[in-house]
Design a binder for this molecule. Structure first.
Ligand SMILES: NC(=O)C1=CN([C@@H]2O[C@H](COP(=O)(O)OP(=O)(O)OC[C@H]3O[C@@H](n4cnc5c(N)ncnc54)[C@H](O)[C@@H]3O)[C@@H](O)[C@H]2O)C=CC1
Ligand SMILES: O=C(O)C(=O)Cc1ccc(O)cc1
Length: 313
């Protein structure tokens, strides 16, 4: 006998990297009795139908959410308010509404403004992705052994939080609960600033092409190549991240610029001790992250991989 699906009807709005990864995972693991999906782009809807990303592809957000028990908005954070406005009058009372946006305070404010009181709004953020976008770029295993942060507002229904956590856990993610302001500060330094640095350095190298005669790209080894991958990330998504997490990013950018000035001064003065000490500290940080990651992965990998394989066969 197969287990009952976690949710009777699930709706995904936005079928890019994250929406299509969710669609594939939910279908492969049988987490929804019926999966409905939609996207603002007719081309994306047509492609989603062609590759069967859901049981039904709806023409618009309003019809997609009818009678749905869980709705996850997977659109750029600047569009979160539009999505909430378009679905608000059509929601089933008691439905859970969530999202996957990389910024949380602005999404909470923009969506809460429109959503009725008789639904459970629990914003979320899977800390997992790639530089690719669109319906063909997703894959069911994207969330395996990655964090998914949920940011329920004060007084959120505990059973609804549990149910949403169960979905992310089934997809292989480790769920963590935190407040929106804390989320935005932590992600500003761990994700948003690194992307800004990558966008900057690749642009700088490109502007130097006249001086370097295309050799920047020709001889780019590890470090620069890694930056070019990150700098290939979606321009709409990242424009929205920096516009909506402005304060936290500016705070972290201030701290970063101070540290960069210290290292600049050390180089100018030939202060090898400062450079060596700094690089030794950062090497230890990386080794700590990698060993924590390996312990967690070793503990979880077998169970989660077996679950997906079972569904595949
Ligand atoms: N790309 C990544 O690595 C990660 C992205 N996120 C977050 O996930 C969200 C989606 O990102 P991706 O899947 O990468 O984007 P994407 O660009 O691949 O897909 C976004 C989709 O949303 C659709 N869309 C835009 N406005 C809409 C609206 N009003 N109604 C319906 N559909 C609409 C677009 O047509 C597009 O197909 C963003 O908020 C992003 O911050 C979270 C974790 C990782
Ligand atoms: O591709 C990468 O290295 C990423 O960092 C992906 C990513 C992008 C945005 C997020 O909010 C979470 C993960």
């Amino acid at each position: 006998m197969t287990d009952a699906p976690l949710f009777q009807r699930v709706t995904l709005i936005g079928l890019g990297l994250i929406g299509s990864s969710l669609a594939r995972g939910i279908q492969q693991l049988g987490l929804a009795g019926e999966l409905v999906a939609t996207d603002a782009s007719p081309e994306v809807r047509a492609r989603a139908a062609e590759i069967k990303l859901a049981d039904r592809i709806a023409d618009d957000n309003a019809s997609a959410v009818k009678a749905s028990d869980l709705i996850i908005s997977c659109v750029p954070v600047g569009r979160a308010g539009d999505v909430a406005q378009s679905i608000a009058p059509h929601l089933k009372p008691g439905a859970i509404i969530s999202d996957v946006g990389s910024v949380k305070a602005s999404v909470l404010a923009a969506m809460s403004e429109h959503l009725p009181d008789n639904v459970h709004f629990i914003p979320g953020h899977p800390v997992a992705g790639t530089e690719n976008s669109g319906p063909d770029s997703g894959f069911a295993e994207l969330f395996m052994n990655r964090w998914c942060i949920l940011t329920p507002p004060d007084g959120a229904d505990e059973a609804a939080v549990e149910k949403l956590s169960a979905l992310w856990s089934a997809l292989g993610a480790n769920v963590e609960i935190m407040g929106v302001a804390h989320h935005d500060l932590v992600l500003a330094v761990t994700s948003h600033l690194p992307h800004l640095i990558a966008y900057t350095i690749v642009g700088t190298a490109d502007e130097l092409e006249d001086v370097t005669h295309s050799e920047v790209l020709k001889f780019s080894a590890g470090g620069f190549r890694d930056f070019t991958r990150i700098a290939a990330s979606d321009p709409t998504m990242w424009r929205d991240v920096f516009l909506t997490n402005k304060d936290a990013v500016l705070e972290m950018l201030g701290a970063f610029q101070e540290d960069l000035s210290k290292l600049t001064r050390a180089i100018r003065r030939g202060d090898g001790e400062t450079l060596f000490e700094h690089f030794t500290r950062t090497r230890a940080i990386r080794r700590g992250i990698v060993s924590i990651g390996q312990d967690e992965a070793a503990a979880d990998f077998g169970r989660k991989h077996a679950a997906l394989k079972k569904k595949d066969s």
